[in-house]
Design a protein around this ligand. Structure first.
Ligand code: SAH
Length: 402
């Protein structure tokens, strides 16, 4: 095939394989490609053309990945350059303006594909930004992205946490460190008026699970007068929200001593919260839930926010067993009339399968239970309509009726 007029490398699709792209899905899998013209570098810009040579999209080339290219734009007139990243970032930042105020000084400001920036995640914690690049395209434009972030947001520090496991699939080594400005001694921010320190250097993800903002607010609203079990507590988000909402007792479990140390510290940062009502226990959740049950413990509200047991559909079966197990024991620990807020952040388990798993857990626990609410990631984690893969976090609010 011939090169396009401007000499840009091009990937030509097999016949009919432009369909998902025409519907604005941003990934081009290796199996859809007929041939390549030119010799793009990793992360370099390529035009995607249909079998008959018509322009379909402009994308970043990922030679090492099964997702061989990720779309930057469907507009043939749009160049991919520093100005492109400045425009996309400005748009994403503007969309988050309603989510930042005096009580909330942090949120996700770029959510990858759903913000038109595949493989690029940016979280803001007050005056510090954490950047996570996980695709060859993001990697190629790192300088432009950092410059545009500093410019658009005016923050004092951009810290890079490009150490997610998925980078390996793109042939990228982990990279972390300060890329702009100076990291404060303690990175802190407010969520719902609660003060958290975020370990951006060594913490999980970029340091905080911002996607659970709405769910923590829901638990806060349900907490008054309740005894609460908070399983998979990390740095204490749900526990502090529950205490702020008037919980009479919150027992939090996590297997990570570092996470619990940070959770304790976070409680101390908020002297108006009743610290004497909180207990933190370092334990494996699977074993500890059984132990609690053996001792006859009971709770009015259980929060289950486990790690990603199934990153992809291939892990779904083993993950389903793990989800079922923790939900079963949580339901046994609930008093009649009690509530279970249960979550899955596994991309490999969709909302319907998750509901079925929890239904199976209720059956085996001998509990009658109903769904009385549903949770998803907060609005700073949008899901583009054409990109259902973006919908990873789901949650159910369950009432145990008997
Ligand atoms: N609810 C938290 C986020 C939870 S992330 C928030 O709102 O911030 C999942 C947590 O589960 C991590 O802190 C991890 O240390 C913990 N974890 C992973 N496996 C575990 C296990 N088997 N038992 C207990 N905790 C576990």
């Amino acid at each position: 095939m011939s090169r396009l007029a401007d000499g840009r490398p091009a990937l030509r699709l097999k016949p009919g394989r432009d369909k998902s792209l025409r519907q604005r899905h941003p990934w081009i899998f290796s199996g859809a490609i007929a041939d390549m013209d030119g010799d793009p570098e990793p992360g370099g810009t390529v035009d995607i053309v249909s079998a008959d040579g018509a322009f379909v999209a402009r994308a970043a080339y990922s030679p090492a990945s099964q997702i061989r290219a990720r779309v930057w734009t469907f507009d043939a007139r749009e160049d991919i350059d520093a100005a492109f990243f400045a425009r996309r970032l400005a748009r994403a930042v503007a969309a988050r303006a309603p989510m930042l105020d005096a009580r909330h000084t942090g949120c996700r400001i770029v959510h990858g594909e759903s913000d038109g920036l595949p493989g690029i995640v940016v979280d803001r914690y007050a005056d510090t930004i954490v950047l996570q690049l996980s695709s060859a395209g993001g990697e190629r434009w790192q300088d432009a992205i950092v410059a545009a972030l500093a410019e658009t947001t005016g923050v004092g520090c951009v810290y890079e946490r490009s150490d997610a496991e998925v980078r390996a699939l793109e042939g990228l080594a982990p990279r972390t460190g300060i890329v702009s400005g100076r990291l404060p001694d303690a990175v802190t921010f407010l969520e719902d008026g609660i003060d958290y320190r975020v370990d951006v250097v060594g913490g999980q993800k970029t340091g905080f699970y911002l996607d659970q903002r709405d769910s923590r607010a829901a638990v806060r609203a349900l907490a008054a007068g309740r005894e609460i079990l908070n399983v998979f507590a990390y740095s204490g988000g749900f526990a502090l929200a529950a205490l702020a909402g008037g919980a009479v007792r919150v027992l939090s479990l996590d297997s990570s001593a570092d996470a619990l140390a940070l959770a304790r510290e976070n409680l101390g940062r908020n002297p108006r919260l009743p610290a004497e009502r909180a207990e933190w226990r370092e334990a494996d959740a699977f074993a500890e839930l059984r132990k609690l049950r053996d001792r006859g413990a009971g709770f009015d509200l259980v929060v289950l926010d486990p790690p990603k047991f199934a990153p992809t559909a291939a892990h779904a079966e083993r993950a389903a067993r793990a989800y079922k197990d923790v939900n079963l024991w949580a339901l046994k620990l609930l008093r009649p009339g009690g509530l279970l807020a249960t979550f899955s952040c596994s991309g490999g388990i969709d909302a319907d399968l998750f509901r079925k798993i929890v239904a199976g857990a209720a059956l085996d626990a001998g509990a009658e239970a109903s769904v009385i609410g549903r949770f998803g990631a907060s609005a700073d984690h949008p899901v583009a309509l054409a990109f259902p893969e973006g919908e990873y976090l789901k949650g159910l609010l369950i009432r145990k009726t008997a």
